[in-house]
Design a binder for this molecule. Structure first.
Ligand code: NDP
Ligand code: BG6
Length: 485
């Protein structure tokens, strides 16, 4: 099969924070890859904006080097880097002052699609949004893209929404959650809503429980200052895991349209029960035998109570899910990098086989990373003589094997999301009310920890998290899927 590249209109994309870490590591290498795929029309431009005293040539050099560093060798070459960087421009702008804004107003065209990517700290969102408006750089069809974290609680998220709303309509605002740009996350919607097979079974009558795991091996080394104010709850659960939960649990939208999808996700968040303290386990990694520092050393705060791991049992109070818990788990410095959604179906209501056949249940695993794919465990007769003995076997579909070379060059999450911005498609971006609802559910949990002075439990680096996380399922007669390499 041939991969299809859908053309986009000519655009001017301004990246505030264009010299920063995210722009150099993800955004510009991603745009380079789209350029190589033929998806950047000839008359489109990317304009970096930051305070640093650079000119076009300096910015082109910086980004050329970033591409060499962050795009694999077999996916780049000198000529295309040269052609791509020729599309780059730079304007020195101070988000908080007036420096550079008249120049930016001059360079940004009004007769092409305009998008403004705010790859800067959230403290600058309001300043930039209002100046884009006041200097008449943005117009009613411009798009503004904002990075996470979108606030640190309901109050701050509301304030950010209000700042953006003072200059942009909701239909112009693109709040990024890069998990929504991942190929398999979108596949979850295809699996659920493009197959007649699963939807009739996708409810509490047939599903015993759901497990969502996002395990990482990385530590927070180098990010301690940010992470200490955030922790796993704000950094991963409130956004990425919440989105995975929503896509798994939501009702079928009437169409694959931004508001139809986001309305259904919002209903799920609003149906989440409050969580009792005994249904959450927080952990913090200790020092490793291999000499790797503990969380405390990475945070530089000797008495930090920030969690680098969370496991929780979440109940959804609606007709579809009442009685089927969702267990969520995420953490740093775990045994392996592994993200998956596992649907554990119930056993058959009555077994016609004798007791020796054992008890069996189907399990559907959607692997997000690495090794994207799906696996369905079905029960069959064990081949050979010896009567009716049952055995569970995998129906494994690793996408790379099933679809071949087509999967080798799939756009990464950032590439896809930026192109959706240019196309004006908000389906894979969070709406303001969705983010606020997620904080409304998260805030009391975090407040509870602070009020009670809860300390996270230590866990061994390279493990599956604290023992108590295992107990969270054991006490319900269930077991986590192993975190494996
Ligand atoms: P960096 O600190 O590396 O970069 C910040 C950028 O903003 C620089 O280009 C800086 O340039 C510019 N900047 C800072 N102050 C101003 C100002 N007053 N006016 C204009 N430009 C300014 O941050 P990151 O790239 O790491 O992060 C950017 C945003 O993306 C943050 O909100 C972060 O939370 C989010 N994010 C980052 C991720 C990452 O992997 N890095 C992942 C997910 C989200 P100069 O100092 O020259 O002005
Ligand atoms: C980011 C978090 O949003 O997602 C990081 O801030 C985390 O802490 C990262 O490591 C995980 O993303 P991915 O795509 O590597 O799973």
């Amino acid at each position: 099969m041939v991969s299809r590249v859908i053309p986009v209109e000519n655009f001017d994309l301004v990246i505030f924070g264009g010299t920063g870490d995210l722009a150099r590591r993800k955004i510009l290498p991603g745009l380079y890859r789209r350029f190589c795929a033929g998806q950047m029309p000839e008359d489109s431009r990317i304009i970096g904006a930051a305070r640093g005293d650079l000119d076009d040539a300096g910015f082109r050099k910086l980004i050329g080097e970033a591409i060499e560093e962050f795009v694999p060798k077999n996916r780049r070459d000198t000529q295309t880097i040269k052609d791509f960087t020729a599309r780059l421009h730079y304007v020195a702008v101070d988000a908080r002052g007036e420096k550079g804004w008249p120049e930016l107003a001059k360079i940004v065209r009004q007769d092409v699609v305009t998008a403004f990517y705010l790859s800067v700290g959230p403290g600058l969102f309001g300043d930039i949004a209002s100046r884009l408006h006041d200097y008449e750089i943005a117009n009613p069809s411009s798009r503004i893209v904002v990075e996470k974290p979108f606030g640190r609680d309901l109050e701050s998220a509301k304030a950010l929404n209000a700042e953006l709303a003072s200059a942009f309509e909701e239909s112009q605002i693109y709040r990024i959650d890069h998990y929504l740009g991942k190929e398999t996350v979108q596949n979850l919607m295809a699996v659920r809503f493009a197959n007649v097979l699963f939807e009739p079974l996708w409810n509490a009558q047939y599903i015993d429980h759901v497990q969502i795991t996002v395990a990482e091996t990385v530590s927070v080394d180098g990010r301690g200052a940010y992470y200490d104010k955030s922790g796993a709850m704000r950094d991963m659960v409130q956004n990425h895991l919440m989105q995975l939960l929503c896509l798994t649990a939501m009702e079928p939208p009437s169409k694959f349209d931004p508001d139809a999808v986001r309305d259904e996700k919002l209903k799920v968040i609003r149906a989440l029960d409050d969580i009792a303290p005994e249904n959450i386990v927080r952990g913090q990694y200790s020092a490793g035998d291999d000499g790797v520092a503990s969380y405390v050393e990475h945070s530089e705060k000797p008495d930090t109570r920030t969690e680098s791991f969370i496991a929780m049992k979440v109940d959804i109070s609606n007709w579809r899910w009442k009685g089927t818990p969702f267990y969520l788990r995420t953490g740093k410095r775990l045994k392996a990098r592994m993200s998956e959604i596992v649907i554990h179906f119930k056993e058959t209501p009555h077994s016609i086989f004798d007791e020796d056949a054992g008890s069996h249940a189907n399990i559907l695993t959607i692997r997000l990373q690495p090794d994207e794919g799906m696996d369905m465990r079905v029960t069959i007769k064990e081949p050979g003589p010896g009567g009716m003995r049952l055995v569970d076997v995998p129906l494994d579909m690793t996408f790379a094997e099933a679809l071949g070379p087509q999967t080798e060059d799939v756009p990464d999450a950032y590439e896809r999301l930026i192109m959706d911005v240019i196309r004006g498609n908000q389906t894979l971006f969070m709406r303001g009310d969705e983010v606020e609802a997620a904080w409304k559910w998260t805030d009391p949990i975090i407040e509870g920890w602070t009020t009670r002075g809860d300390r996270p439990m230590p866990y061994e680096p390279g493990s599956s998290g604290p023992e108590d996380a295992l107990m969270l399922l054991h006490r319900d007669g269930r077991r986590w899927r192993e975190i494996r390499k």
